[in-house]
Design a protein around this ligand. Structure first.
Ligand SMILES: Cc1cc2nc3c(=O)[nH]c(=O)nc-3n(C[C@H](O)[C@H](O)[C@H](O)COP(=O)(O)OP(=O)(O)OC[C@H]3O[C@@H](n4cnc5c(N)ncnc54)[C@H](O)[C@@H]3O)c2cc1C
Length: 451
């Protein structure tokens, strides 16, 4: 592996996709040693980058997979190392510092300096991949969260049969933990402030379909009631009820881990880093952000938040091509307009060397309360929902822009064939248009509905 300052071994690195004119990037710092960070290291070498790579991680352990932390909470005591799961090799980086958190970023024109407790790291380009952390209301003493392998080990040790667990939040992670804990004999209650589980992610119609699953799995579900306060041994609800609890898990979402970027970049209100379709961060410095901390301007889907595994898996290859490309657009992601505004596909700066798949559709999967869910695309809050299949059994929800035939998302519940079909539908350059009546017919393949 070359060291800093050495000339490139070959004048024009060639990537897996053939020769591409490259910028004079000789060093890259990757901040965050999770899925996106590890994938970025791999992608840099796959693209033929032979300069210096520094990888910074805050957790002090090798990258591991997070989805099993909830789904296999009680059955898999050791982390699912990405080295074993995906064959990711950190040896591709020259300098790996797994216990070194970035504390700040300094951008001086095109110059990049990442501050750490061990001193500054300078580089020609940076990949920001510090992911997210679990949200935890400040005034809830003693509540647990589940985001890291250490969190999982702590929770696992506490969940003994017969112990009482209150999960606050019936979102993806709350539902998954509730199911595995109840199956192991834990007395589980889930409290959800909204009228239905998964309401923010899937909307009221589909969220309500999942509510009966809780009772089926032996879990008590309380909806439409917020938590008013928590004290040792009890959770107080806004409607005056009090729930006895040996353990309380706050599963109320995640926040981008971007406090260290404050002052250097303009962040969204939720703390995410806005990036263009090629994951570029606004500004003259070669900086990309990918994974859970990024909010990406997709030409098809509009602003896509992080928070899904597939984005951290597939995004880094696209981000790295942007990072190494000869041309860094003036002002980075110039031309995207108001981040909160409607999407103008022409305004989204295209990924470098656009290929099929360079605008990956958001994809979320979940195993919860005995059901397999797969969501392709991004449901809109005002979308119409068309159901195909039995609402109480295997069913697929199609989200269409209100009053139109434009498909924005497909959620399949225990219908794996529809997941495969959705993957193909969202592989096209534009959102698909479908015939609603044909799409609703569960006996016909989903592809028949495409106009
Ligand atoms: C319990 C759980 C279950 C999940 N299940 C699913 C699922 O079923 N389906 C799905 O689609 N998604 C799921 N996800 C989400 C998925 O795991 C994430 O989208 C994915 O891990 C994001 O990867 P990332 O690399 O962006 O961030 P992370 O995995 O969060 O990695 C970021 C890394 O950066 C490090 N870091 C943070 N700050 C700093 C700093 N200042 N300096 C250096 N390093 C820093 C962190 O310690 C961390 O190791 C789940 C998440 C959790 C927590």
């Amino acid at each position: 592996m070359p060291t800093a300052g050495e000339p490139p071994a070959t004048p024009v690195p060639t990537g897996a996709r053939g020769p591409l004119p490259r910028a004079a990037v000789r060093s890259v710092v990757v901040v965050g040693a999770g899925l996106a960070g590890a994938q970025a290291v791999t992608a840099l070498r796959a693209e033929g980058f032979d300069g210096r790579i520094t990888l910074l991680g805050a957790e002090g352990v090798e990258p591991y997979d997070r989805p099993p932390l909830s789904k296999e909470l009680l059955t898999r005591p050791a982390p699912a190392w990405l080295r074993d799961e995906l064959g990711l090799d950190l040896g591709a980086a020259d300098d790996v510092r797994l216990g070194t958190a970035a504390t700040g970023l300094r951008l001086d024109g095109a110059r990049i300096t990442v501050m750490t407790s061990e001193g500054p790291v300078e580089a020609d380009a940076a990949v920001l991949a510090t992911g997210a952390h679990a949200a935890r209301p400040r005034d809830w003493p003693g509540v647990l969260t589940l985001h890291t392998a250490a969190d999982a080990a702590d929770l696992r040790a506490r969940l003994t049969p017969g112990s009482r667990l209150v999960v606050v939040g019936a979102g993806w992670i709350g539902a998954e933990v509730a199911g595995v804990a109840a199956a192991a004999g834990v007395d589980v209650t889930v409290v959800e402030a909204a009228a239905a589980p998964l309401l923010a992610a899937l909307g009221p119609v589909v969220g309500a379909l999942t509510a009966p699953w809780y009772a089926d799995a032996g879990v008590r579900l309380i909806t439409g009631t917020a938590v008013a306060g928590i004290e040792p041994g009890a959770v107080h609800l806004a409607d005056g009820r009090a729930l006895g609890a040996d353990h309380v898990l706050a599963a109320v979402g995640a926040r981008p881990a971007t406090a260290w970027l404050a002052g250097a970049l303009t962040l969204e209100a939720d703390g995410s880093v806005p990036v263009d379709a090629g994951f570029r961060v606004d500004g003259p410095a070669r900086v990309v952000a990918v994974g859970d901390l990024a909010r990406r301007r997709s030409p098809r889907h509009g602003w896509v938040p992080g928070g899904h595994w597939d984005g951290a898996l597939r995004g880094p290859a696209i981000a790295v091509r942007s990072l190494l490309a000869e041309v860094w657009p003036d002002g980075g992601m110039a031309g995207l307009g108001d981040p909160a505004g409607p999407v103008d596909p022409a305004g989204a700066v295209a990924p470098v060397a656009t290929q099929p798949g360079d605008d990956p559709a958001p994809y979320v999967f979940s195993t919860q309360l005995g059901h397999e869910l797969g969501l392709y695309g991004l449901p809109g809050a005002r979308d119409d929902v068309v159901l195909r299949g039995d609402p109480t059994g295997p069913v697929t929800a199609l989200y269409l822009e209100r009053g139109t035939d434009r498909l924005t998302a497909v959620l399949a519940i225990d219908r794996p064939r529809d997941i495969a079909a959705a993957r193909r539908l969202f592989a096209a350059a534009e959102l698909p248009h479908v015939d609603r009546a044909v799409a609703a017919d569960a006996d016909r393949p989903l592809r028949d509905a495409v106009r």
